[in-house]
Design a protein around this ligand. Structure first.
Ligand code: HPA
Length: 265
């Protein structure tokens, strides 16, 4: 990331340090509008992701939400868009340079668990990199050997669980498996992921978790479940369906995130 990018963002949004970064997944974009601050289109930000997937809102919004200074990334670039697993590196490097201590990533996912249904949320307790890709391949320094043992930060997870409980919203914890996409999984792949220990499956977030840990940001992530995974129900799986279903979980997710931030005021 260039110093120019940091200067450009600070010239528009001010130099007060940001505390949390939020990445908004499919259908969750409206949280960005709740932030009292400045919206900067990704197109103005050199190195920022392409993020052209429908259902995403490609702005960086910096301002306060529940009294806490946040940077909200209204869209992400997925690996499947251009084949770059490190596409979010400039954005997350900027987040670190803005002073953030932690990243909270959100995504839409399919559930492999009968007790976690469309419209429910799942907190990521851990993940499986089912893609075999890694955003740190090619990183020349020893910093590339990032420990991933407690990648999903126990304190942040406890804070998110407490916020969910205070709001009366179920927030089961599970393991998220990253599938490259953009095609959805086959039923046989879903059975394999289940045997491996996956509870939900999606096409994002894992490279961001790896990058955040590499950059020294704490990280936690929440999935909104938009469908049962392939072969688990008769419903159609499609991107249209994902976009239509994401708002069901989004309202609950917004209450949890607001309560979580208010607790950090
Ligand atoms: N698989 C992968 N990604 C997804 C799914 C799914 O079933 N649902 C929403 N995103």
């Amino acid at each position: 990331m260039s110093d120019d990018l940091l200067s450009l963002v600070q010239s528009r949004a001010g130099t007060d340090p940001v505390r949390f970064g939020l990445i908004l997944g499919s259908g969750l974009g409206h949280l960005a509008q709740a932030v009292d601050g400045v919206a900067i289109p990704y197109a103005d930000l050199p190195g920022f992701p392409h993020a052209a997937v429908s259902g995403h809102n490609p702005n960086l919004v910096i301002g306060t939400l529940e009294g806490v200074r946040v940077a909200v990334f209204g869209a992400r670039e997925h690996y499947y868009e251009r084949g770059n697993p490190a596409a979010m590196r400039p954005a997350l490097t900027l987040l670190k340079a803005l002073g953030a201590e932690a990243l909270i990533a959100t995504n839409a996912a399919g559930s492999l668990r009968a007790d976690i249904r469309p419209g429910d949320l799942m907190l990521l307790g851990d993940h499986i990199n089912f893609s075999g890709l890694n955003p740190l391949i090619g990183e020349p320094t020893d910093a590339r050997f990032v420990p991933m043992t407690a990648a999903h930060d126990p304190d942040l997870r406890a804070g998110l669980r407490a916020a969910a409980e205070a709001e009366g919203i179920a927030l089961p914890e599970g393991t998220y498996a990253w599938y490259s996409g953009p095609s959805f999984e086959t039923p046989a792949e879903i059975r394999a992921i289940r045997i491996l220990g996956g509870d939900a499956v999606g096409m994002s977030t894992v490279p961001e978790v790896i990058l955040a840990r590499f950059l020294g940001l704490k990280v936690a992530a929440i999935s909104t479940i938009t469908n049962m995974a392939a072969g688990m129900s008769d419903e159609n799986i499609s991107h249209e369906h994902t976009k239509a279903m994401a708002p069901l979980g989004a309202a609950k997710l917004e209450r949890i995130l607001r309560r979580f931030l208010a607790n950090h005021d």
